[in-house]
Design a protein around this ligand. Sequence first.
Ligand code: PLP
Length: 454
Amino acid sequence: ETHYSTAQLQAMDAAHYLHPFTDHKELGERGTRIIERAQGVYLWDSEGNQILDGMAGLWCVSIGYGRTELADAAYKQMLELPYYNSFFQCANPPAVKLATAIAEIAPAHMNHVFFTGSGSEANDTVLRMVRRYWDLQGKPTKKTIIGRVNGYHGSTVAGASLGGMSVMHEQGDLPIPGIVHIPQPYWFGEGGDMSPDEFGIWAAQQLEAKIQELGEDQVAAFIAEPIQGAGGVIIPPDTYWPEIKRILAKYDILLVMDEVICGFGRTGEWFGSQYYDLKPDLMPIAKGMTSGYLPMGGVIVGERVAKALIDQGGEFFHGYTYSGHPVAAAVGLENLRILRDEKIVEYVKQEAAPYLQSRIAQLAEHRLVGEVRGVGLLGAIELVSDKTTRARFAEKGAAGSICRDMCVRNGLVMRAVGDTMIMSPPLVITTAEIDEMVSKIWRCLDLTAEQLGV
Ligand code: PLP
């Protein structure tokens, strides 16, 4: 096998590779970082640098890197049945077993799974399913889906439309018709003079105002992440979800909880909806479903929608070549077995999350930090120029990108959303590795402050 040097790989990359979510001019100046291998919570790049992965890839490598059981499961399944479709009344054993295993951990009223290849496809499925549901109820005017500003639900046309990222909407004339957005429950950034509790109520009541503006007979569903991930780990104030629950009980609208990040243990419960005691009708899933070892997504469907699709629906003209892919399903099944047998979700709840949250809370003392927040193994650190007034630096995102670069140079992956530093490490991270992560963050905050001259 030919060995390529880092410089050769970078040159080939620059010549041929268009990357997702990447400014290619910037990439050209820096050179692509080639990640070669990984083990546990650590990555190694092609220069031999060891980097602690504080993001679990893209929030997905829950059980950590290098679990050979998943490779064995994929290998065995590839020999047995590498592919067959699940269209036209067919199924394969791993997909059937995975649907059953997911129904066992899902909230009691959610017993069916529709498989997709990704989280974006899961949300495209959601859009078609909720509209199909209301058609079947004889209420075809109920079409509009309400999402949230800065929510993230994927990159396909429906996913990016349901999401509320203005930079995505600007490219490609989105959202598509029938999708509107309400403000996010982001107290630190947008709470103004309100207390977190007051702001939580205000933000939730934007849903009621939007339903009243559009008319209940026009609104099909409300979609939200339990905790907004890509938007900057936005933890809603304690008052938010109870008020949303009150509003949803009043109007006949489906609740879609996007569990692509929060699902499969990230909050210390199997699903973020359980953490917040919510009863969704649909839950899109992906990422932690296979710990990212193979691409797979799905929608967990509650009784109300499942019953309509099964009893009244006839054929639902929707699905993907890779829906219920046998190899991905075998890997998903083995991933779930590991999560269960090794009691990883319990570990998050009882040990890792309390430890991580208490350690990152100490970062609030740093002169650059305006707020630290988190739930489970999700965390966010707000970088500010003035702690007392919560004032930001003049150039938006500059502090965040300096800090992110400092982190990588010092052997830690964190992500910057504007000037919010976010983390989502593998669920299996040990307390010693959490200590390492937090001391690296402190050091990088110092270096960032130095570079900013504060
Ligand atoms: N939904 C949420 C909440 C996500 O965070 C993501 C990806 O980051 C998606 C959907 C899209 O998933 P995918 O990238 O697998 O299409």
